[in-house]
Design a protein around this ligand. Structure first.
Ligand code: UD1
Ligand code: MG
Length: 457
């Protein structure tokens, strides 16, 4: 529907059941704050404005995505108090009210809710389901002809008739309202257990002869609200499944999706295979045709197309096209691995550039270093970049080859096409094309075994 509408998200509850110093709606679901899932859905549904009701000083306003307007709830408790706090900010017209603790609501659900309200000619239409365990949710009461009458809350069940508790149809806290009708009805809502209930406006509308209808969803993910950390885990699992499925539909293969974590902002190219135990976190971007995993973590990292990354832990590093990482590699912040380069087994790289086609295959620590194109570092080549006070840089030239067990004491410059001897401790620059060798010459003690063995003690 093209008609403009506003989304109002209630996010000023205390969330006491979370037992947390962090406001409920700032808890993350798959790496993205709960509230952002809801604001994203509102925007994707085409809302002209997205407003979010927050409690002053709780930090939620600061955490809102750009363009989302924060409205402060200074007084009162309950969902009606939240909506009333936004009275002056809402321009009238069509108003969708959502709960900040139902993060898996989708743009399609919002559109469906609005379409139902429109089709029913209703002053209010609410999102419902009978596919959930109804405990704690508001139950939908209907008259003998099946028309909506009111909602009975079941957070506290004491004194509630068994017939009410047997009702499975529940309110999911998502509503499409005519804003003027809503605010006028709210003026007649009184306190229940010290709270103002938004749901109290519905029987007022019914009493005024206005139409109130329901719109059922059978997607339990959309329906799930987070009231405690068990609920958060449930939502997390379903959100994860949704993310993985979306990537799968776009051409990504997951060998063992249930052991894979892919956070909300991650991008993955087509024809990439993600193995068991892989975590793709934060702003990580993976190119096309990569092989990631098993047991690999990429955090705020990028991998170019055709890269292979196995049993690796990668943080804020860039892996070039066709590069090969691992097994058992640790790439730390500031590392850039060039096209077709290799960082192999038991290798740690920090703040270094590994040139295109260069190889660091085994047992190395490379820190604050520039490794030239096609250089090949022998097993256990180590840069000593820290003298106990300051860090120094190492430069290894193009096509240079270090022998096994080379220690490079920074600052040091190993020239293009140069070599170092195995076991060398290189403390001075090696000129282009030269061999740098820095180790004790071997000397043999003749007859040593005989001498030792004949010793009578
Ligand atoms: C509410 C509904 C219930 C429904 C359920 C769905 C009411 C009275 N009840 O109950 O029918 O089944 O959601 O999950 O509305 N909030 C504020 N300010 C407040 C209080 C709450 O902004 O003063 C926000 C919360 O941050 C939350 C939302 O409103 O995002 C819902 O509040 P919550 O306390 O979780 O309501 P429920 O008891 O779950
Ligand atoms: Mg709730």
């Amino acid at each position: 529907m093209a008609e403009p509408f506003t989304v109002l998200i209630m996010a000023a509850g205390h969330g006491t059941r979370m037992h947390s110093h962090t406001p409920k709606v700032l808890h993350h679901v798959c790496g993205k704050p709960m509230i952002e899932w809801v604001t994203d859905a509102g925007r994707e549904a085409g809302a002209e404005r997205v407003l979010c009701v927050v409690r002053p000083g709780e930090g939620v306003a600061e955490g809102l995505p750009e363009g989302v307007e924060a409205v402060e709830q200074h007084e009162g408790e309950g969902t009606a108090a939240a909506v009333l706090a936004a009275r002056d900010a809402v321009d009238g017209g069509s108003l969708v009210v959502l709960s900040g603790d139902h993060p898996l609501i989708t743009a399609e659900q919002i559109a469906g809710l609005r379409a139902a309200q429109h089709a029913d000619g209703a002053a209010a239409t609410l999102l419902t389901t009978d596919q959930l365990d109804p405990s704690g949710y508001g139950r939908i009461m209907r008259d003998s002809e099946g028309r909506f009458q009111e909602i009975v809350e079941t957070k506290y069940t004491e004194g509630l008739p068994a017939a009410v508790l047997a009702i499975r149809e529940v309110n999911l806290g998502g509503y499409a309202f005519d804003a003027e009708e809503l605010y006028s009805a709210l003026d007649e809502v009184g306190l229940t257990d010290g709270e103002l209930y938004l749901t109290g406006a519905l029987p007022v509308l019914v009493g005024r002869g206005r139409t109130v209808t329901t719109h059922a969803t059978d997607d339990p993910a959309v329906a799930l609200g987070v009231n405690d950390r068990a609920g958060l885990m449930d939502v997390e699992t379903r959100a994860q499944r949704r993310i993985v499925e979306a990537h799968a539909r776009a051409g990504v293969t997951f060998l063992q999706p249930d052991t894979t974590r892919v956070e909300a902002a991650v991008t993955i190219g087509a024809d990439t295979t993600i193995g068991p135990g892989v975590s793709l976190l934060g702003s990580t971007r993976v190119g096309e045709g990569c092989e990631i995993g098993p047991h690999t973590t990429l955090q705020d990292a990028t991998a170019g197309s055709g890269a292979t990354v196995r049993q690796a832990y990668v943080v804020e590093a860039e892996i070039g096209d066709d590069a090969i990482i691992g097994p058992f590699a640790y790439l730390r912040p500031g590392t850039v691995v060039g096209k077709g380069a290799k960082v192999g087994t038991y290798v740690e790289v920090k703040n270094s550039e590994i040139g295109a086609g260069a190889k660091v295959p085994h047992l190395s620590y490379i820190g604050d270093t520039e490794v030239g194109e096609k250089a090949n570092l022998g097993a256990s080549t180590i840069t000593a970049n820290y003298d106990g006070r300051r860090k120094h840089r190492t430069k290894i030239g193009k096509s240079a080859k270090t022998g096994v067990h080379t220690s490079l004491i920074a600052p040091v410059d190993v020239g293009d096409r140069s070599y170092t001897g195995a076991g060398s401790v290189i403390t001075g620059d090696v000129p282009e094309g030269a061999l740098g060798i820095a180790r004790e010459r071997q000397r043999n003690v003749e007859g040593y075994a005989d001498r030792v063995e004949e010793d009578p003690q």
